[in-house]
Design a protein around this ligand. Sequence first.
Ligand code: PLP
Length: 454
Amino acid sequence: HIDTQCLQASDAAHHLHPFADYSQKHQQISRVIVKGEDIYVWDSEGRRLLDGMAGLWCMNVGYGRKRIADAVHAQMTRLAYYNTFFHTTHPPAVELAAKLVEISPPQFNHVFFAGSGSEGNDTVVRLVRHYWAKQGHPERKIIISRHNAYHGSTMAGASLGGWPSMHQQGDLPLAGIVHIGQPSYLEGGRGKTPEQFGLEAASWLEHKILELGADKVAAFIGEPVQGAGGVIVPPPTYWPEIQRICGKYGVLLVADEVVTGFGRLGHWFGSTYFGIQPDLITFAKGVSSGYVPLGGVLVGDRIAHALMAKGGEFNHGFTYSGHPIGCVAALENIRIIEEENLVAQVRDDTGPYLKQRFEALAQHPLVGDAGAVGFLGGLNLVRHKGATVHDNVPFDRALEVGMLCRAHMFGSGVIVRTIPGDRLLISPPLTMTRAQIDEMIALITTGLDKTLAE
Ligand code: PLP
């Protein structure tokens, strides 16, 4: 028996939640989630919710996988912990590093482990600066990122991120981290084709490199598809042009694949979907489907070979780098993705089906536009629809229509994410069948109808 009110009262009394307004603490009643199975979770009142967000963009293989629990249990009793500092190792870390190399693009032969995506991105900042110092260019320090990016909550992660609301807290960004615009066609594409806009948005990188001086720029970092910023899918011309510009100026290219990795775009890594070859890939979330925290950085040969040249230790690492429990959970998770053929299924079958069904939501009177790629989707709620997506008229922000709609979605039994600007996002488990996609779309439609009726 679960006493919901007792849990909620204790939660309100003692628990400071991430990304929460503490002044609202006593008005906000937390939802208590107690169980998960397949693509569903249950709250403490016994309500079943279809989890359209895969937890926090991470439950790629869905809930309730006993074989991951068994693998974790076996490792817990054999060797619950050992570190990987200096030159010590253990079988799960060795095996997982080899597995990640096997499934990643060919330029990746090395892995650095961390505990989360934020730690992975902090590692990136120190690693690229260490790389350039070893190359005899310690002045190549600046990392270029993008407005509205999300790269985590540590000091470096929040600096790489492009949210003013985060920069305001902690005097960020840290020195040497600068931002350019995001490739949002909705925001900047009026009067242009998506292809033209993609090239234009990529040219902002070249302008920034020239403004700063290429000899000062270490790297460019971006999420292949911006996730928490709003599932912003760049036009197809964007990433190849970014790659060309990085190549022209010798700037390292970093893909933050914390969300887009491990099948979400129908490839092991989203960079492959966009046809680019980054020098570094940050991963977390889907690597272990969130069963146990794990993150890290795939290190491409260009950097790895330089690191292995004589002189200059990399003084960086975490107690939990390559934690054996995280590693066995990740190995079992990757085996499931392989055995159930989830990457190809998302690429060839359920992904295209989700895209078709999700984008058809644009016919709903409340939905201005809807777009999906792989198992990521985003739609905008609008007051009036115009002739093009750029002519849609948004709601008054103060009405918080997005939040209202999200509440109706919960009421109808589906979890989606809302972000400011009345944008709704989905990132469901990759195991979803066509029938479950139909179910999710039906629940979302009910939520939209209820919002419209209000
Ligand atoms: N990078 C991206 C693209 C993310 O979406 C996130 C988390 O949502 C992170 C990094 C940070 O990962 P973590 O929360 O594991 O530190």
